[in-house]
Design a protein around this ligand. Structure first.
Ligand SMILES: Cc1cc2nc3c(=O)[nH]c(=O)nc-3n(C[C@H](O)[C@H](O)[C@H](O)COP(=O)(O)OP(=O)(O)OC[C@H]3O[C@@H](n4cnc5c(N)ncnc54)[C@H](O)[C@@H]3O)c2cc1C
Length: 337
């Protein structure tokens, strides 16, 4: 810790808070950063996610240009780690994916990533028969996933090694952080209460984790059906998208519906041992909030509300939030973006 450097607090130890902390440490010569969080690792929403790089087409920043910048910068950030010797420790994994639909051609297209990913193409007739179902439309694309079960501890280790301090506890209000020069608010769904933000709405998700080391591709079908390979052979099977539901319990009816859909698509999954069931509340907000605010004289930079795409888009939004923060610390009112 350096006494001359500005005192910065980061709230949140999910993918967003820890990525913000990493980028802050890289951008500032001297750092004095304390990260506050109520929950870590497996208890965060980030660890529920499959972590695949595939934004929903409704993912939104304040302008289309900023949305695209966040997505593109995130992709290159993940590519840099993927190509480094640290990719395994960091929990990043590359694979290809099919998205099929029986009903709607448009759900197989994605204007946000078609020009970014190395491959994004319509499938050929034969490929529609790769998994069960009378699929009419499909796309094939190359992508990656971030396994937060490995990535969060990896980030935490880097943060501590570079002198970052971690405090386990709830922040009840920004006033309690008044001694800091600046606060980065990366509290995910917690921002609903910390900022009294009525625009932040939960979209409940539930997934099944199953051991399927033979699975090499991701498959998407209609109605939120997905089968996504994972680290150490543990695949994520989903899912549900329940707007404004706060239920954190595993629902047996959701489990049954998920399994019925994925087993129908890929019957071999019936032999995959189920190792876990997970529930999380996607912090949905339109637009995702990356902006500064003065709260009772304290400089706060918000970075939350990533909905179902916070793992893949954490880096792009974090780069933006850190840029705003550094400008505020220099005395500029806000970053140009
Ligand atoms: C089923 C499901 C599947 C998903 N799949 C994907 C996917 O494939 N790809 C993708 O990109 N995204 C996916 N997501 C979305 C992704 O999980 C979220 O967008 C992301 O985890 C949000 O990260 P976060 O760091 O903002 O929040 P979180 O991971 O929830 O972290 C918030 C942190 O803030 C802390 N906190 C909150 N309030 C306070 C407080 N008052 N005081 C102290 N600490 C506080 C928490 O304890 C925690 O440490 C999925 C989500 C679900 C539920």
């Amino acid at each position: 810790m350096n006494k001359d450097s500005p005192k910065i607090a980061v709230v949140g130890a999910g993918i967003v808070g820890l990525t913000v902390a990493k980028i802050l440490q890289e951008k500032l010569d001297k750092t004095n950063i304390t990260l506050f969080a109520e929950k870590f690792h497996h208890d965060t929403t980030s660890c529920v996610a499959a972590g695949i790089f595939r934004p929903g087409t409704s993912f939104k920043g304040p302008t289309p240009e900023i949305t695209k910048k966040w997505i593109n910068e995130s992709w290159y950030y993940w590519q840099d780690i993927l190509k480094s010797f640290e990719s395994v420790d960091a929990g990043i994994m590359a694979f290809d994916s099919y998205i099929f639909s029986k009903e709607n051609y448009h759900v197989t297209r994605n204007h946000l990533i078609e020009d970014l990913l190395p491959i994004y193409r319509p499938v050929q007739e034969d490929e529609l028969k790769l998994v069960n179902g009378d699929w009419k439309y499909g796309s094939y694309f190359s992508t990656l996933k971030v396994g937060c079960e490995k990535h969060l501890p990896w980030l935490e280790q880097i943060f501590k090694r570079k002198g970052g301090v971690i405090v386990n506890g709830k922040v009840d209000s920004f006033t309690s952080l008044a001694k800091y020069d600046l606060v980065l608010n990366c509290s995910g769904f917690g921002a609903k209460y910390l900022c009294n933000d009525h625009d932040l709405v939960p979209i409940r998700g539930q997934v099944v984790k199953a051991h399927a080391p033979w699975l090499k591709f991701a498959f998407y079908g209609d109605y939120d059906t997905y089968i996504i390979p994972g680290l150490d052979g543990v695949a994520t099977l989903g899912g549900v998208r329940q707007y404004d539901s706060y239920n954190m319990e595993v629902n047996k009816h959701d489990t049954a519906a998920i399994l019925e859909r994925v087993y129908e698509m890929l019957p071999a999954l019936k032999k995959a041992k189920i190792v876990d069931h997970k529930v999380g509340l996607r912090p949905h907000r339109v637009p995702v909030r990356v902006e500064p605010e003065m709260v009772g004289g304290l400089k706060v930079v918000h970075c939350y509300g990533h909905g179902g795409y916070g793992v893949m888009c954490a880096p792009g939004t974090a780069i933006h939030a850190v840029e705003i923060a550094i400008n505020l610390l220099k005395g500029n009112s806000r970053a140009h973006y």
